[in-house]
Each structure stands twice: as structure tokens, then as C-alpha cells.
Ligand binder design. Structure first.
Ligand code: ZN
Length: 555
């Protein structure tokens, strides 16, 4: 058996590690002990192990190719090459030439081979983990699309029923909690209580919370009021979670979760707890509260806050107070100002609409509105006129559209059922699978039917509502007697009911009403209610009066 030895040392490591001499000694001793006779000795002194173009190494490889020896003795793996890839390359080559390589020392702690093996094992494990996670995630998405509840928790008011006897995981109403949910909706919509008041009331009544905490928070109430599961659709895959980088010192990885795009949400049918009308009424109140929160009410009132719009760019106008000092006194002026006039916008993109004096505009619009409201005949006529046209209004068209859509969906689902049966008959589907899928489609049809029923109920309620409002004469009489003594808050409330928006373009003001008013006999050239001039020289001077545009919304 011909034996060759190879030793290598780079100049900068001479002192720290074994010198060529000590390496050769160790190799020779090993050969003698094991009865090997050394035919060739290759030594590279002062060459870095990071490169392959070492003269002795080249010679050794050449000899190996010529089958000049069968065994190569080296001190340790990194004598051959420091990089794993190069080591692997040489070892693979030697193996091909029938050379057995013996290392005197196994992988040391800083041995690149063992280090790399360690890294590779880690990487493979990580890859496997990622693969499993991804497969699991996709599997969950698929099951959710089939209508199965896959999230660990269900909203308050429901209980998760695990998969059993071929029936997929689904949610059922937990009546004790559902009662609380209905109570929250009812209190919010009918009793006009705020979320904070409801939270306080529930806590005082010792009603158990969703998290079993002692106190109800306004946040919990708000979440319940916005949860769409209560009207029959629970959404999965709503949130996108991104790991937070650099959150050190935490045992668990932290995530930042945001709402994803709605088209990626997966709707899952669940039994509804509240009716659609109540849910939408709650949503409407929440929207209104947000816009007209008293928390944002500023000094000076601003009667038309949130109602003024810029006629030039269409942006809403914010209320602002400007303070100026002259003669040692601070003078406050209140304005409505277009949002696009702030320095937040590029100079060339800013709106050129001037600020509008708040007191002037408030007075002007209030005068206009109160004049109209003081005329009960006008309001009543308008309402009746509107009522007759309402039967063919687009609101009804919208309802019919939705009804048609539901009918179409029910038809499609029934078709799906018959297709499933066909698939079973021709043997493409197992019985268990058929049952599972049929149940899913059936629950979908059931939900659609429920929705259709609700839609019809709402339509009936709306009709009833319009009948009640036919007695608007009483309302008008009431308004005229109270209008003069009305407080600021009530004035503001009334304007928010009656007005849709007030558009200001330069010096011109257009008032858009929510209540329908009759069209004047000669139809106006422009669809605006009134024209005013806001210039101080001719304040309140009315230009040609035009009757207001008729809005679809009614009071
Ligand atoms: Zn503007």
C-alpha cells in the first residue's frame, strides 16, 4: 500500500498552530504505528488554505490522478482546504482516484467542515420547518375556503365544534353569550348609549367579559359592534402578520399585524346573532359619532363643522381659530379652511380657496335653513312629492338588485348540489366526501335564504317607515314653534340632519339638503339651493334665489 502525506501551514498561523515540522512528525509517527510506508511527502509552507493553487497540493493531486498512491495522510481537514466547498472538491476527486484519506485529528471546534455540517443541518431543518409551516398555512386556507372554521378562536357568542363524524369544524351559537351580544346592540341602537356607558353598565351588572377579565372595556364593546360574524359572515385570513425585526430579549417572535386587502379575506358562514337592520343601524351610529364627536368640538362652536366643503377642489374644510394680538388684546377669529391649503401639500398642488369667516357662514346658512323649516307647507309638500317618486327610487332598485343577486347565488348553489350528486353517481366521489361537501353547500344555501328573508323584512320595514313619516305636518308645526328658542347644540344637530353639505366656491355658497324640497316651476339652470355673497361689503346680499336641489335621502 503506497502512502503519501500532505502538510500545509500558512505563514500567519505558524505560531498559533502546528508548524510543518510538528505536522510531519505526527504523520510519520502515525504511519509507523500503523505499519505504513511513506512513499511521498508533500509540504506547502506559507500558502493560505483558502486557495487551491498550492504547488505541493497540485503535485499531490497529479500523482493521485496517475494512481501514484492509495492512502493520503493529513493532519486535519482544514490542512487540505479551509473552505468546505474546496475540501469537498478535493475529497471527491481523491475518492474518484481510489485514494483513501485519513485525518489524524477529527473535526475540531473551529473545524470548517464540522461547522459547515452543523450549518447545513440547521439550514435543512429550517427549510423543513418552513416547508411544513407553508404546507400547514395553505392547508388551512383551503379548509377555510371549504367553509371550515380553522382559526383557534371564534368570536364572543359562538362556540367552536370540532370535526366529528365527517362534519367539518364549525361554529354554533352559545346562547348565554349571544344574549349579551344582542343586549349590547340593542342598548347601542335603541337606548342611544355610548360604548363607554355600555361597558360601565355591563361591568356593574357583573356580566362576564369575552376574556373573563373583571371589567368590560370600551374596546371590547366596539369590537362586538363591528364584528360581521354576528350577521352571518365570519372572515378568516383578515390579518397580515409581519415578524418584527430586532425585537431582542423576547422569548417569542413578535409580529406586527395589519388588516389585509378585503379581496383576500375568506368568508365563512356562521349562524347570525343579530339582524341586519340592527347591525347597520349600529354601524351608522358609529360612523356619525366618529365624524361629530364632541371631543373635537372647538371653542367658538362652528355650527357647520364637518359640513363645509371646498367648491374648488372638493376637499372638506376644517374649522380653525386664528389668534392675533393688537392693542395688547388677543383677538380670535374663526374660519373654515380648505384642507388642501395647508403646508402639507406642495405649493403648486395647494388650493387657492380663501378662508371663510365661520360666524358669517354659520349665520347665513342658519337663516336660510330656518326660513325653510318655518314653512310647514313647503316641507310637507316636498315630502309628499318625494314619497310619490320614491316608489321607483334607486334605493328600491338597489334592494331588487341585491335580491336578484341572492336568487342567482341560490340557483348556482343548487346547481353545485346536483353536480356533486352526478360526481358521486359516476364514482368520482366517495360517500363520505359527498356528505361533507353537501353539508357545506346546504349550509351556504341556508345562509343565502336567511339573507333573502332579512332583505325582504328590511324592505317591508322601510315601507312602513315612509308611511309613518307621512304625518310630517306635525313635525313641521313642532319645528316652527321651537326653532326660535333652540340651543346651539340642537341647532347643530338639526343642521346635521337637514343638510348634506355646504359647498363654498370663492364667494359663492351652495347649500345641499338632505330633505327633499320641491323644484321651482321654471327649472333652475344650476342645481343649487341658494347663492350668497360672502364679501364683507355686501354680506347677506342674496343673488338670484334658486330653489334647492332635491336629494334622495329623507329625514
Ligand atoms: Zn380646496
Amino acid at each position: 500500500m503506497r502512502v503519501a502525506i500532505y502538510a500545509c501551514v500558512s505563514s500567519e498561523r505558524q505560531e498559533k498552530e502546528h508548524t510543518i515540522g510538528s505536522q510531519l512528525d505526527a504523520l510519520r509517527t502515525y504511519a509507523a504505528k500503523n505499519g505504513m510506508e511513506i512513499d511521498e511527502e508533500f509540504t506547502d509552507e506559507g500558502y493560505s488554505g483558502a486557495r487551491l493553487d498550492r504547488p505541493a497540493l497540485d503535485r499531490m493531486r497529479d500523482l493521485a490522478e496517475r494512481r501514484g498512491f492509495e492512502v493520503l495522510l493529513t493532519y486535519c481537514t482544514d490542512r487540505l482546504a479551509r473552505k468546505f466547498v474546496l475540501q469537498a472538491l478535493i475529497l471527491d476527486e481523491l475518492e474518484r482516484f481510489g485514494v483513501k484519506t485519513i485525518f489524524l485529528e477529527g473535526g475540531a471546534a473551529d473545524d470548517p467542515l464540522s461547522k459547515l455540517m452543523h450549518q447545513i443541518t440547521g439550514a435543512v431543518a429550517e427549510f423543513e420547518r418552513a416547508k411544513i409551516t407553508e404546507r400547514y398555512r395553505r392547508g388551512k386556507l383551503y379548509r377555510a375556503r371549504c367553509g371550515e372554521i380553522v382559526s383557534p378562536d371564534v368570536p364572543f357568542g359562538y362556540v367552536k365544534i370540532p370535526r366529528r363524524d365527517g362534519v367539518p369544524t364549525h361554529a354554533e351559537i352559545q346562547e348565554t353569550e349571544a344574549v349579551i351580544v344582542r343586549r349590547i346592540f340593542d342598548t347601542y341602537v335603541k337606548e342611544d348609549m355610548t360604548v363607554r356607558q355600555i361597558a360601565k353598565q355591563l361591568t356593574l351588572n357583573r356580566i362576564p367579559t369575552p376574556t373573563n377579565a373583571g371589567q368590560w372595556s370600551w374596546y371590547a364593546i366596539d369590537r362586538i359592534l363591528h364584528e360581521e360574524a354576528y350577521i352571518g359572515t365570519y372572515y378568516y385570513n383578515r390579518k397580515q402578520c409581519i415578524p418584527i425585526e430586532g425585537a431582542y430579549g423576547k422569548k417569542r417572535q413578535r409580529f406586527k399585524c395589519t388588516l389585509g386587502p378585503k379581496e383576500e379575506w375568506i368568508p365563512i358562514s356562521v349562524p347570525p346573532i343579530v339582524d341586519l337592520a340592527t347591525f347597520h343601524a349600529a354601524a351608522g351610529r358609529a360612523r356619525e359619532n366618529e365624524a361629530f364627536s364632541p371631543r373635537n368640538l372647538q371653542e367658538g362652536g362652528y355650527l357647520l363643522r364637518k359640513l363645509v366643503r371646498c367648491g374648488r377642489c372638493g376637499c372638506s374644510c376644517s374649522a380653525l381659530t386664528s389668534k392675533q394680538t393688537y392693542g395688547g388684546k388677543v383677538h380670535c377669529s374663526h374660519y373654515y379652511s380648505c384642507l388642501r391649503t395647508t403646508s402639507g401639500f406642495l405649493k403648486q398642488e395647494r388650493c387657492s380657496q380663501r378662508r371663510i369667516r365661520a360666524d358669517v357662514l354659520d349665520e347665513l346658512v342658519w337663516e336660510e335653513v330656518s326660513t325653510r323649516l318655518l314653512d310647514p307647507a313647503l316641507v310637507l309638500d316636498a315630502y309628499q312629492d318625494h314619497n310619490t317618486r320614491r316608489s321607483v327610487s334607486s334605493e328600491q332598485d338597489g334592494a331588487t338588485d341585491q335580491d336578484d343577486r341572492l336568487k342567482e347565488q341560490i340557483k348556482l348553489s343548487n346547481k353545485e348540489l346536483s353536480r356533486l350528486l352526478d360526481a358521486y353517481q359516476c364514482g368520482a366521489l366517495e360517500l363520505a366526501e359527498l356528505q361533507k361537501r353537501r353539508q357545506l353547500v346546504n349550509s351556504k344555501i341556508e345562509m343565502l335564504n336567511r339573507e333573502q328573508e332579512l332583505l325582504r323584512k328590511i324592505a317591508a320595514e322601510k315601507k312602513k317607515e315612509t308611511d309613518i313619516k307621512a304625518s310630517l305636518g306635525e313635525f313641521a308645526a313642532l319645528v316652527s314653534s321651537n326653532l326660535k328658542r333652540i340651543s346651539f347644540e340642537n341647532k347643530q344637530k338639526l343642521l346635521r340632519i337637514v343638510l348634506d353639505k355646504v359647498v363654498v366656491n370663492d364667494w359663492r355658497v351652495d347649500v345641499y339638503y338632505n330633505i327633499p324640497l320641491p323644484k321651482p316651476t321654471p327649472p333652475p339652470a344650476e342645481k343649487v339651493s341658494t347663492k350668497f355673497d360672502l364679501r364683507s361689503t355686501c354680506r347677506f346680499r342674496r343673488c338670484d334665489r334658486v330653489m334647492p336641489v332635491v336629494r334622495k335621502k329623507s329625514i
